[in-house]
Write a protein that binds this ligand. Structure first.
Ligand code: ACO
Length: 330
């Protein structure tokens, strides 16, 4: 169990960017080659479409565009970036990391670059790792990116999983800013992370370099994952809010991992967040794993709902199982 509350130096999100591949696959498109239909997918998940990376378009390509857009939004240059953390479970290659590829592609100088692998919880985990550098003054300009090509892990004969996922990338720039140690400070205010390896068989990929020598396909006991999701996520949310010293009533926007509309609504109801404060992109993006939170954040900023100074609550659960939540003031 890990909870942490940063000290007076805060990790402030100064820019957000997103990228979605241009190819959109609707539920009806999927039904042409999978035994499924739009009604089932919408009713059970809320998903209406997903984006799919083009042939030859890799996770690092998606991550690079999202990173460049986040830097532009922050008014920063690639030459200022000293830390890059990419949350991904679908790297271009087993190694090197996607982060080092992004570093090269954006033209960032020699610095720190590595990937974090916590599946759908990856972005929340990566934010907490980045905070360890930024809030200690060890990084002046960090990129935290969630980037995935989840469609490459699908078994297209498994209708219980292949309809749920999509590709995309979202990025934030984090910079240190002096705070007062109060909840009114802008920046990361607290987080809560969890993992339970005993639940591996609920959600995993059946391949890897050390076991099969293949990439493998995603396997999931969906209804069991569902059962754990609402309880686990709600508990982590309450723990992160307690660390940050905020109440649910103070939260301006709830930006959950976008796995399933029913999970989003179940969690919001359980922790007492009204529907109108929930940012949902699951209909448009499906589940983009580690990319879903920064993509949803970017979506809410671009449509004018999310504004600087507002209190944001982020949460996710994914394979491992891993889960966690993070409270920050934009
Ligand atoms: N189209 C049509 N029918 C389908 C499909 C499909 N794509 N997939 C499954 N079905 C059928 C099943 O075969 C089954 O039929 P049967 O009753 O004749 O046997 C029926 O629908 C019910 O299947 P269930 O798996 O019990 O359906 P459920 O209501 O649990 O919904 C779902 C499945 C959507 C996967 C749900 O369990 C879920 O969302 N779980 C959460 C999993 C998740 O989002 N994981 C992502 C990673 S973890 C995370 O991000 C939180």
């Amino acid at each position: 169990m890990t909870e942490a509350s940063p000290g007076s130096l805060r990790s402030l999100v100064t820019g957000v960017g997103g990228y979605l591949p241009s190819d959109i696959v609707t539920n009806t498109d999927l039904a042409k080659f999978v035994d499924t239909n739009d009604e089932w997918i919408v009713e059970r998940t809320g998903i209406r479409q997903r984006h799919r990376a083009a042939e030859g378009e890799f996770t690092s390509d998606l991550a690079t565009v999202a990173a460049q857009r986040a830097l532009a939004a922050a008014g920063r240059k690639a030459s200022e970036v000293d830390l890059i953390i990419v949350a991904t479970t679908t790297p271009d290659l087993t190694f090197p990391s996607v982060a080092t590829m992004v570093q090269y592609k954006i033209g960032a100088p020699v610095g720190i670059a590595f990937d974090v692998q916590a599946v759908c919880s990856g972005f929340v985990y990566a934010m907490s790792v980045a905070d360890g550098f930024v809030a200690r003054g060890l990084s002046k300009c960090a990129l935290v990116i969630g980037a995935e090509t989840m469609t490459r892990l699908m078994d297209w004969a498994d209708r219980g999983t292949c309809v749920l996922f999509g590709d995309g990338a979202g990025a934030v720039v984090l910079e240190p800013q002096k705070g007062q140690g109060r909840t009114s400070d802008r920046g990361l205010l607290g987080f809560s992370l969890r993992a339970d390896g005993s639940k591996k068989d609920l959600l995993f990929v059946d391949g890897g370099p050390s076991s099969t020598g293949t990439v493998g396909h995603l396997r999931m006991l969906g209804n069991q994952v569902f059962r754990h999701a609402v309880v686990n996520i709600s508990e982590a949310i309450e723990a992160s809010a307690a660390v940050a010293g905020v109440t649910m009533a103070e939260v301006d926007w709830f930006i959950p991992h976008q796995a399933n509309q029913r999970i989003l609504e179940g969690v919001a109801k359980r922790v007492g967040i009204p529907e109108e404060k929930v940012i949902s992109t699951v209909a448009l993006h499906a589940n983009t794993s580690a990319a879903s939170i920064p993509l949803a954040l970017n979506h809410g900023i671009e449509d004018g709902r999310i504004k600087p100074g507002q209190l944001l609550l982020l949460e996710a659960m994914g394979g491992g199982l891993t889960w966690g939540a993070c409270v920050l003031r934009l």
